[in-house]
Design a protein around this ligand. Structure first.
Ligand code: KG4
Ligand code: ZN
Length: 341
């Protein structure tokens, strides 16, 4: 069985073809970063219009690269939420129309389930049960996954998401949107101990996160340099900020693993592309004699492959959509139906 997956929830149009027995056959991506960069962030209307332009050529490209004819597809998976409503609608309508034309079902996919399952595309891949840390631009969550498709939220951010904290800190340091990758580069030659940033909420019980205070601490550090920031000061702040996020994530992950008695950690979402964060979480799992799993870096940020993979799991469970185009800009991951009874 072969499925095509379409991602269009934010500023990346991604399309991929996934085969149930052969694995991932192709993936094609167009990122809108350059288009939004001059505005310093995603402009939703521009995002929607660009998805409309890109989705059909990317479907053609993904099929061509997968040496797949449309008649070989069993379903069309698409991101139904959460995300920007206009952006979601373009992918959902494209998927519904394409599925209708081919006489196959559309399969709505939860974007965060896509992220969470992206490490399943790797070899070796994690086995259930595991704790998942989702760190993206809009979400920071710790989730217990004991049964396929069933997600128990152990904790989440009470304010900014980890990616949002990266983006806002990057802005304070004069790094263009999207800040995460630029901040990672800047941090490379910085001293993580030069600035004593807080490790928010590590003393609070439970697995919730808070990153707003850390952002304020960065702002104070920036303002403290009256004559403007030297290049080394920018590097030190970037490194200190990354270390504070990494330490905080490690403390909360350790707590979630202890609480659940599990020893496998799956890390997904855009921020999991960061090598310092990957290193800190891998070290944590080594110390705990457990194992950390990540997606390859290009599948940490938004892509079609994760939607095709998650869509295949939902399709196999008989959880297909209807021809009515429905999207969910807000959608609680814990409300998804389990994949098995
Ligand atoms: O998962 P994602 O692509 O989109 C959402 O679903 O939100 O995550 C995007 C977020 C952005 O905040 C971006 O700055 C962050 O992931 N990000 C990174 C890195 N690459 C992307 N943060 C830190 N280091 C990176 N290398
Ligand atoms: Zn995402």
């Amino acid at each position: 069985m072969r499925i095509i997956g379409i991602e269009s929830s934010c500023d990346e149009t991604g399309v991929a073809v996934y085969d149930d027995s052969l694995g991932l056959l192709s993936h094609a991506l167009h990122t809108q970063i350059a288009m939004h960069a001059e505005y310093g962030g995603v402009v939703p209307e521009l995002a929607s219009r660009d998805h409309i332009r890109r989705v059909v050529p990317l479907i053609r490209l993904a099929l061509e690269q997968a040496h797949t004819a449309p008649s070989e597809l069993c379903a069309v998976a698409y991101t139904a939420g959460p995300g920007l409503i206009g952006a979601l609608l373009t992918g959902a309508m494209g998927a519904a129309a394409y599925a209708h034309a081919l006489g196959i079902p559309p399969v709505p996919v939860h974007h965060m389930e896509g992220h969470l399952l992206a490490p399943m595309l790797e070899d070796p891949h994690p086995e259930l049960p595991f704790v998942a840390l989702l760190i993206s631009g809009g979400h920071t969550m710790l989730i217990k996954v004991e049964k396929p498709g069933s997600y128990v939220v152990l904790g989440q951010s009470v304010d900014d998401a980890a990616g949002e904290a990266f983006d806002k800190t990057a802005k304070l340091l004069g790094i263009p949107y999207p800040g995460g990758p630029g901040l990672e580069k800047l941090a490379r030659d910085g001293d993580p101990k030069a600035c004593a940033f807080p490790r928010p909420m590590i003393k609070n019980p439970g697995c919730d996160f808070s990153f707003a205070g850390l952002k304020t601490a960065v702002l104070n550090a920036v303002m403290g340099h009256k004559g403007g920031l030297s290049e080394q000061a920018r590097r030190d702040i970037a490194a200190g900020f990354t270390a504070a996020v990494a330490d905080t994530l490690c403390v909360k992950c350790a707590r979630a693993l202890k609480e659940t008695g599990l020893s496998t950690l799956v890390v997904a979402g855009g921020v999991s592309a960061n090598n310092d964060i990957r290193g800190a979480l891998s070290d944590l799992m080594e110390r705990r004699h457990g194992r950390a799993f990540f997606a390859r870096r290009e599948f940490c940020t938004d892509n079609g492959a994760m939607i095709a993979y998650a869509g295949m799991q939902r399709f196999k469970a008989g959880q297909i959509g209807t021809s009515a185009v429905k999207v969910f800009p807000r959608w609680d991951l814990s409300t998804l139906k389990p994949l098995q009874d």
